[in-house]
Design a protein around this ligand. Structure first.
Ligand code: DCP
Length: 480
């Protein structure tokens, strides 16, 4: 966990932009007759109408949730439109969603440093653009403020006395006596509203945004008012926001650390953390994490927006829930081959388009052992150097799987190979490629760079950048 640099964080303008019900919007753009109707995107599978992975805001009004199956959604709202995720190689094909995300990123990146954080969200560092606006054309002097900016939600702005909310926002943006930080945020409001309008115009997609002085606060804010709205966190409202915020809502505190804070320290809200001195938190959780916790309690986060439009890693995965768990080695190999084929295509495309190569291949799996008391044991993730070429990736991934399985079940004799391996089942599989770096400049040809490796299909691949695999799989952070 990064240790914050508090001195640098207060006067930055950071936005977190998150697309609204993203897969639904992509499908509705393809089929405009679905616009405005309760719609959900379902993951390919026959059981109870498939799993919902994206739900339109119209459908949410009927109580339809992502956790439902298609059939349940139909019961709740018979007129719901269910759209299947495209399928390729027997698994969800997310390339259309990835490409749609790339369209958005290319627009958002126009005004500042842009970090693509997932298939449908980005961080923007708009500090320079805001400083420039303050110098050249400060909002305080603007005669008219764009309608979209006036619809912003500014945390801490008192709208309770029945006053005109947009008028209050206008006054806030126009304040001459505001401190420098608020003036910068006022610029951020205008810039983000304009970018969001541009995204709508060029892609037909709506998005929501949070605007604050750091990534953590911007991310918290972007989800507060959806869809198609933006929320601003002025410095003076940070304490109020965090005081009552459940600790598990914080990024990185949804898991074990959050549970320990609740169970061991009695911390239920971020505000509860304020009572502990930094030393106490360091004693309990180590120097870095202790300092990080002390900082987030105060809304401090020095995490930089990384200038990264391309993914950090590529991943391809598939889940095999319940009765579809894979129980034979050949079945696992079959699916690994499919996943590796997709991964290989994406790697080749990245190489072709961006001149980047990946160095590490990792295999993740989830498994169960029915006959074992040690059923909590996790299937170990395994990595090896990545060799280009579909067949090589397939071979290496299979070897990684075998090594993982040996460790998982404690033994792995020849007698299990090819036959039913009673007692274990694989419920998810994924392969990912990471440590992606540009090819060293001066390399005269890709073939030469990969001397000794198969380069025959490098130029024949199509898919562009990468994105999340199927819904429930965990891939390394930065995998899109
Ligand atoms: N997604 C998925 N499986 C999940 C979660 C999400 O396949 N368990 C996909 C479908 C979503 C997209 O990722 O459309 C983005 O996920 P978000 O969590 O950002 O949710 P949405 O964009 O669908 O809705 P919201 O408007 O609430 O952000």
């Amino acid at each position: 966990m990064p240790v914050a640099k508090p001195e640098s964080s207060d006067s930055r303008v950071i936005a977190h932009v998150d697309m609204d019900c993203f897969y639904v919007q992509v499908e509705q753009r393809k089929q405009p007759q679905l616009r405005g109707l309760p719609t959900a995107v379902v993951q390919y599978n026959e059981w109870k109408g498939g799993a919902l992975i994206a739900v339109s805001y119209e459908a949410r009004k009927f109580g339809i949730k992502r956790s439902m199956r298609g059939e349940e959604a139909k019961e709740v709202c018979p007129q719901v439109q269910l759209v299947q995720v495209p399928v390729a190689r027997g698994k969800a094909d997310l390339s259309g969603y990835r490409n749609a995300g790339s369209e958005v990123v290319s627009i958002l990146a126009r005004r500042g440093r842009c970090e693509r954080a997932s298939i449908d969200e980005v961080y923007l560092d708009l500090t320079d653009a805001a400083e420039m606006m303050l110098t050249d054309n400060p909002p305080q002097g603007m005669e008219t403020i764009d309608e979209e900016a006036l619809k912003s939600h500014i945390l801490g702005l008192n709208n309770e006395d029945g006053s005109d909310v947009k008028e209050n926002v206008r006054k806030w943006i126009h304040r001459h006596n505001a401190d420098h930080r608020d003036k910068l945020l006022a610029c951020g409001i205008l810039i983000v509203a304009e970018l969001r309008m541009q995204v709508l115009k060029e892609t037909e997609f709506t998005c929501s945004a949070g605007i604050a002085h750091n990534k953590m606060l911007a991310k918290l804010a972007s989800g507060m008012n959806k869809p198609a709205q933006q929320t601003v966190v002025p410095f003076s409202s940070v304490k109020g926001l965090l005081d009552t915020l459940p600790i598990r809502k914080m990024k990185q505190l949804g898991g074990k650390l959050g549970i320990s804070l609740q169970m061991d320290m009695g911390v239920n809200t971020v505000g509860d953390l304020l009572q502990f001195p930094e030393e106490k938190l360091q004693e309990r959780y180590g120097i870095n994490t202790g300092t990080w916790l002390w900082n987030i309690a105060r809304g401090i986060s020095g995490e930089e927006v990384e200038g990264r439009l391309l993914p950090k890693s590529h991943g391809s995965g598939k889940t095999f829930p319940g009765p579809r768990a894979l129980k034979t080695v050949p079945a696992v190999q079959h699916w690994l081959n499919q996943l590796c084929e997709e991964l290989s295509e994406r790697l080749c495309s990245d190489l072709d388009q961006n001149k980047r190569i990946a160095h590490t291949l990792t295999l993740h799996a989830r498994a169960y052992k029915s006959s074992d008391s040690d059923s909590q044991k996790k299937f170990p993730s395994k990595s090896c150097p990545l060799r280009y070429g579909t067949a090589k990736i397939q071979e290496d991934a299979f070897n990684l799987f075998q090594a993982g399985l040996r460790e998982y079940i404690g033994f792995y004799g020849d007698k299990t190979r090819g036959s039913h391996c009673r007692g274990w089942g694989i419920t998810s599989l994924s392969v990912s490629a990471s440590k992606i770096v540009p090819i060293p400049s001066g390399t005269c040809s890709i073939a030469k760079y990969f001397h000794g490796q198969s380069t025959s299909h490098f130029s024949s691949m199509q898919s562009s950048d990468n994105l999340n695999t199927e819904a429930t799989l965990s891939l390394p952070s930065g995998s899109i």
